[in-house]
Design a protein around this ligand. Structure first.
Ligand code: ATP
Ligand code: MG
Length: 766
C-alpha cells in the first residue's frame, strides 16, 4: 500500500536526488564508500518504475554478485511495493544476464539454446586433450596455464584473431593461437561455452548483427551498473554496445547546471574526467558516439577497485565522460554508514595512494560515545581467534546480534582458526562467498587420506582419494574393487589390496592399486610410532597430493597449498589423529543456516558493497596484508590495490571496528615473527586506540618485554620503529606513537622484501 508515490525520494540528499531524478542521459556517480551509491541505483529504478518511464523488463541493471541483485530487487519492492517489481528479468550480474542473452541468440554463436556452461575442471580437461592431440607434452605445457591465458584473453574481449603476437607465441612453441581456435571449435561441437564466452559471444553477436543489437537498444530504455570501477574490458565493451546508439547528428553537452549541485567543492563541469591512472582506451573500444538518448547510470568508487588482478580496468570509470560526452558527473560526499572515527581512519589510509582522484568524505555523525578504531596485538593467530571470540561474546552480552558482526580476512586460510574457535565456543557462524574451511576441496581430500589411515573401513573416504592424484584408476577398476569388497565382505581398501595381488586387473591399474595399498599399510603402521602431524605431512607428500598442487598452475593452487599447511598446523592442537578427526566431524556438523543469528566470515574481496555494525579485521601483518604476492607481482600498483582492499575493509564497519595483528605466524610449518602491517602505521592517531595489550593471555611480558621487534631473537623491524612495535609490551603509551609517516610505505616495502621472500601466501581472493 503506497500513499505517495514519491515518498522514496524524501530521505535523499540533494546530490543523491539529482542522481535519481536525472533519469535521461548519462550519469556517473563517483563517490566514496557508504555515500549511498547503491541506494541511489535502487531508488533510481524505483523512480523510473513509479513514474512510468519504463516497464520492469525495459531496465538493464548490473550488480556485482547475485546476492546483491536479490537484495536490490527486495529493496525496490520495499520502496514502491512488491507487485511493481515483478518481472525484472534483466537485473543481475554480467554473467547471469550474459547467459540469458546467449540462450536467446545461441544460433548466432553457432550454438543451440540448450548449450552447457563448462566449469573450470571441464575446461582444463578439454584443453588437455587438445594439447595432447597436437602431439605436445602436456607436462611442459600445462592445460591449467593455458586455460588461464584463455580466460585472460576473454576478459579483454579477445578472440583467437585478436590476441597479441607475443602472447600467441608464448605458449606451446607458438601454437597458442591455433590451440585457442581449436578450443573454440571444440566448444562449438560440444554445444558448450565457458564463462568468458557468456560475455564474448554476445559482444560478437551484437557486432555482427546490427539488427539484433537494435532490438536491445529499443528494449533497454535504462541501463544501470553498480561497482563500475571493477568492470573488465569485455564487460565494458558489452556495456558500450548496449548503451551507445549510433546517430549521425552531433549534439552538445547537456549537463549545464546539473553538475553544480550545492556544496560541490571542485566544480569543474567542463573539464574532462581524468584520473592519474587514466590511460589509453582499451583495445577494441568503439569511438564515442554522441547521443542524448543513452540513459545510463554507473556508480563506483575508484578507491574500491580491487579486482585488477582479475582483469578489471579502473580506466573504465576514469574515462566515462569520454565514452559518454556530456555525462553528468555526480559526487556524493556525505557518508551515512560509519562513525567519524572509522571514516577518518579509512580516508587517511587511502590518501597514501598516489593513483587516485581524491575525494572528500564527511559524516554528520558526531557522537562522543563512538569508539575509536581499535588496534589489538596478539601473540599468534590462536590467541587472535580467542580474543576476537571474547570480544564478540562481550558485544553479545550488550545485546548485539551476531548477524551484525563480520570477520573479514585477507586470505581464506585465516578462516580456519576462527571457525575452530567458534565451534569450541558454540558461537554460530557462516562463511559467505565460499565453502567453510573444512569443506574446501583440498581439505576434504586430505581429510579423506587421514580418515582411511585412522579407520581402514572408511569406504567413502577411500573412494574419494583412491585415484587422487590421478593414477589411471578408472571407473572399471573402481567397480571391480566394489564387487570384490561386496563378495568378500571386506572394506574397499582391503579389497583393493587383494585385487592388486590377483591377475584380474590390467598391469597398469594393478601396479597403481598395489602402490595405494602399500602406502596405506605403511601409514597405518606409522600411526603408532610417528607424531600425527608429522605423519599427516608425510601422507600428503608420499601420496603425491602436495606435489599435485605444487605443479598446478591455476590461480587457486597457492591458496590450496596454504590451506593444506593450515590444516597440518591445526592438528597440533590435538593429541592424536583420531581426536583431530573427531573435532573436524563436529565442525562440519555445525549448522550453516541463513536464518540463524550468526557471525559472518568472509574474505575482504567478497565483502565489497556490504556493511556491518561491527567489523573485525585480523591479520594486519606485512606479507599477509599487504599480501606478499601482490607486492612481488605488482610493485607499487600491487601495493595500491592492497591498500584499496584495506579501505574496503575499514569502510564496511558502521560503528565498531577492530583491527588485529599477531607477532608470530606459522608458515610452512615454521614459526616466523611478523611485522605489523604498514597500513596500521598509515592510520591517523586521532582516530585510533591501541588496545592495552596484556589484557589477553599476558603475552606482553612473556618474551622479555621491549618491543615486538626486539623481542624476537634479536630481529629488528627492518624499516625502523613502527608505532606498533611497542604494542604488546608494557611500555609507556606515549612512546608507542613515533615515526609515523617518516617513510612512505612503499619504500619500506623494499626494505621488507628480504624478510618475507620465503613466504608463499595464498590466493588473493581466498
Ligand atoms: P559502497 O561504496 O560501500 O558500496 P555505497 O556508496 O553503495 O557504499 P550504500 O550501501 O548505498 O553506499 O549506503 C550506505 C548506507 O547509508 C546504507 O545503509 C544506506 O541505507 C545509507 N544511506 C544512504 N543514503 C542515505 C540517506 N540519504 N539517508 C539515510 N541513509 C542513507
Ligand atoms: Mg554499494
Amino acid at each position: 500500500g503506497h500513499n505517495n508515490a514519491l515518498d522514496y525520494l524524501k530521505g535523499l540528499n540533494p546530490e543523491q536526488r539529482l542522481a535519481v531524478e536525472t533519469t535521461e542521459g548519462s550519469v556517473l556517480v563517483l563517490a566514496g564508500a557508504g555515500t549511498g551509491k547503491t541506494r541511489v541505483l535502487t531508488t533510481r529504478i524505483a523512480h523510473i518504475l513509479a513514474t512510468g518511464k519504463a516497464f520492469p523488463s525495459q531496465i538493464l541493471a548490473v550488480t556485482f554478485t547475485n546476492k546483491a541483485a536479490r537484495e536490490m530487487k527486495q529493496r525496490i519492492g520495499i520502496l514502491i511495493g512488491e507487485g511493481n517489481v515483478e518481472g525484472m528479468p534483466w537485473l543481475g550480474t554480467f554473467h547471469s544476464i550474459g547467459v540469458k542473452l546467449l540462450r536467446r541468440h545461441a544460433e548466432l554463436a553457432g550454438l543451440r539454446s540448450d548449450f552447457t556452461i563448462l566449469d573450470t575442471d571441464d575446461v582444463v580437461r578439454l584443453i588437455k586433450q587438445l594439447i595432447q592431440a597436437e602431439g605436445l607434452d602436456d607436462k611442459r605445457w600445462p592445460a591449467k596455464q593455458f586455460a588461464q591465458m584463455i580466460d585472460g584473453w576473454k576478459n579483454k574481449g579477445q578472440g583467437p584473431a585478436d590476441i597479441a603476437e607475443g602472447d600467441a607465441r608464448a605458449f606451446a612453441n607458438g601454437k597458442g593461437r591455433e590451440l585457442y581456435k581449436a578450443y573454440q571449435a571444440r566448444l562449438q561441437t560440444l554445444n558448450a561455452c565457458d564463462f568468458g564466452d557468456l560475455l564474448c559471444h554476445p559482444i560478437r553477436i551484437f557486432r555482427a548483427n546490427p539488427d539484433v543489437l537494435k532490438e536491445y537498444h529499443k528494449r533497454f530504455k535504462y541501463i544501470l551498473v553498480d561497482e563500475y570501477q571493477d568492470t573488465n574490458t569485455a564487460q565494458y565493451m558489452w556495456l558500450r554496445l548496449l548503451a551507445q546508439r549510433p546517430q549521425p547528428s552531433r549534439q552538445s553537452s547537456s549537463t549545464a547546471g546539473l553538475q553544480s549541485a550545492e556544496g560541490r567543492k571542485d566544480d569543474r563541469p567542463s573539464e574532462p574526467l581524468r584520473g592519474p591512472r587514466g590511460g589509453p582506451a582499451p583495445a577494441g573500444a568503439e569511438q564515442p558516439v554522441n547521443d542524448n538518448k543513452v540513459n545510463i547510470c554507473c556508480v563506483g568508487d575508484d578507491d574500491q577497485s580491487i579486482y585488477g588482478w582479475r582483469g578489471a580496468e579502473i580506466d573504465n570509470i576514469l574515462r566515462f565522460d569520454k565514452d559518454f560526452p556530456g555525462a553528468t558527473i555526480i559526487r556524493l560526499e556525505r557518508n551515512y554508514r560509519s562513525t567519524a572515527h572509522i571514516l577518518g581512519a579509512a580516508s587517511h589510509l587511502i590518501a597514501h595512494n598516489e593513483g587516485r582522484f581524491g575525494k572528500t568524505l564527511f559524516t554528520d555523525r558526531d557522537d562522543p560515545e563512538d569508539d575509536k578504531v581499535h588496534v589489538h596485538a596478539a601473540w599468534d593467530s590462536e590467541e587472535e581467534a580467542r580474543a576476537v571470540g571474547e570480544t564478540i561474546e562481550a558485544y553479545q552480552r550488550q545485546q548485539h546480534n551476531l548477524n551484525d558482526m563480520a570477520i573479514l580476512v585477507r586470505a581464506s586460510f585465516q578462516m580456519r582458526e576462527f571457525e575452530d574457535r567458534f565451534v569450541t565456543l558454540g558461537l554460530n557462524y557462516r562463511v559467505i562467498g565460499g565453502p567453510r574451511f573444512y569443506e574446501r576441496m583440498e581439505i576434504r581430500d586430505a581429510l579423506a587420506f587421514f580418515r582411511v589411515v585412522a579407520q581402514g573401513a572408511d569406504d567413502l573416504a577411500f573412494e574419494r582419494i583412491v585415484n587422487v592424484p590421478k593414477r589411471g584408476l578408472g571407473e572399471t577398476t573402481i567397480r571391480q574393487i566394489h564387487d570384490t569388497a561386496r563378495a568378500l565382505r571386506v572394506p574397499m581398501l582391503e579389497a583393493a589390496a587383494k585385487l592388486a595381488e590377483s591377475d584380474e586387473l590390467k598391469p597398469k591399474p594393478r601396479a597403481a592399486l598395489r602402490e595405494v595399498a602399500a602406502n596405506f599399510e605403511r601409514w597405518q603402521k606409522a600411526l603408532e610410532t610417528t607424531p600425527h602431524t608429522e605423519l599427516a605431512e608425510t601422507i600428503l607428500e608420499e601420496s603425491g597430493y602436495t606435489d599435485m598442487w605444487k605443479n598446478d598452475r591455476s590461480v587457486e593452487a597457492p591458496g590450496r597449498l596454504e590451506n593444506l599447511n593450515e590444516l597440518i598446523r591445526s592438528m597440533e592442537e590435538y593429541e592424536s589423529l583420531r581426536s583431530f578427526l573427531e573435532h573436524v566431524a563436529l565442525v562440519m556438523d555445525a549448522e550453516q543456516n541463513a536464518e540463524l543469528d550468526a557471525v559472518n566470515i568472509m574474505t575482504l574481496h567478497s565483502a565489497k558493497g556490504l556493511e556491518f555494525e561491527t567489523v573485525f579485521l585480523p591479520g594486519w601483518e606485512e606479507g599477509l596484508f599487504p599480501h606478499q604476492r601482490a607486492l612481488d607481482e605488482g610493485g607499487r600498483s600491487g601495493l595500491e590495490e592492497e591498500r584499496r582492499l584495506a579501505y574496503v575493509g575499514l569502510t564496511r564497519a558502521k560503528k565498531n571496528l577492530h583491527l588485529w595483528f599477531v607477532s608470530n605466524r606459522r608458515i610452512h610449518g615454521l614459526w616466523q615473527s611478523t611485522i605489523p602491517s604498514r597500513f596500521l602505521d598509515e592510520l591517523p592517531e586521532a582516530h585510533v586506540e591501541v588496545a592495552e595489550s596484556n589484557s589477553y593471555g599476558g603475552y606482553g611480558n612473556s618474551y622479555g618485554g621491549g618491543s615486538f621487534a626486539s623481542g624476537r631473537g634479536g630481529r629488528q623491524n627492518p624499516y625502523g620503529a613502527s608505532r606498533f612495535d611497542n604494542v604488546g609490551a608494557n611500555s609507556e603509551k606515549s612512546g608507542a606513537f613515533s615515526n609515523t609517516y617518516a617513510t612512505p610505505g612503499w619504500q619500506r616495502a623494499q626494505a621488507n622484501r628480504t624478510e618475507a621472500t620465503d613466504r608463499n601466501w595464498g590466493s588473493r581472493s581466498g
